[in-house]
Design a protein around this ligand. Sequence first.
Ligand code: ADP
Ligand code: ADP
Length: 218
Amino acid sequence: MSAISRQPSSIVLFGPPGAGKGTQAGKISQLTGKPQVSTGDMLREAVKHNTSLGKEAKEYMEAGLLVPDSIIIDLISERMKESDASGGVLFDGFPRTIAQAEELSLIANVSLVIMIQVPDEDIVERIVGRRMDPETGEIYHINFNPAPAHIESRLIQRKDDTEDTVRSRLNAYHEQTKPLSEWYGIFSDKTTMSIITVDGSGTIEQVAKAIESELGGL
Ligand code: ADP
Ligand code: ADP
């Protein structure tokens, strides 16, 4: 793990919507020293501030569709110019298409892909019950990770966290994102990049431990 943190290389956190990427990212960031770069968070910020990029992305996000590659690639290219990205970053929710991964390979050195696997049956319940604290960005779940009572009233539910939209997002995952796991498999055979696969269906603590132990074994 210390070897990872010393290299100017990046990590990709990969998995379906609701897999627990955002939940686990903080811990992985701490362990590796890499700042979390979440395209979902960046897009939500752009929508909130009504920027031209936000206006363009909004309708895709609300429909549960992927935002076009060109928008995402521009967003990431700009983010990678910031000084905190010089030692590599932890990508959360990016890349989500083979085209994005190909572009990424031109601008960053990905040394590790962490794949969190969760069956579709669990995804809807996780997403529909997800709540976010707008003050801290902390992610909670009404059953699996309840927020402390004193902050409950300020929690928000994402607009795209409805049952209908989750179905479209899962569809987008299977059609456009899942094929990327195979692409990375082939890529890792040709390079020194590692892939670790983690069962994401346990509790949040169990998944965190599994990731930590896999990182320790690298
Ligand atoms: P992603 O970033 O992959 O979309 P999140 O980290 O936001 O996923 O998690 C989705 C929802 O599931 C959140 O409400 C979170 O609290 C909950 N969650 C995350 N990991 C687990 C887990 N291992 N078991 C049960 N619920 C989880
Ligand atoms: P989750 O992992 O819970 O599905 P995110 O917060 O990562 O959610 O993404 C929310 C939405 O933002 C996606 O449904 C999609 O519309 C858009 N989005 C985020 N990252 C990407 C990406 N890399 N490529 C295309 N669209 C993206």
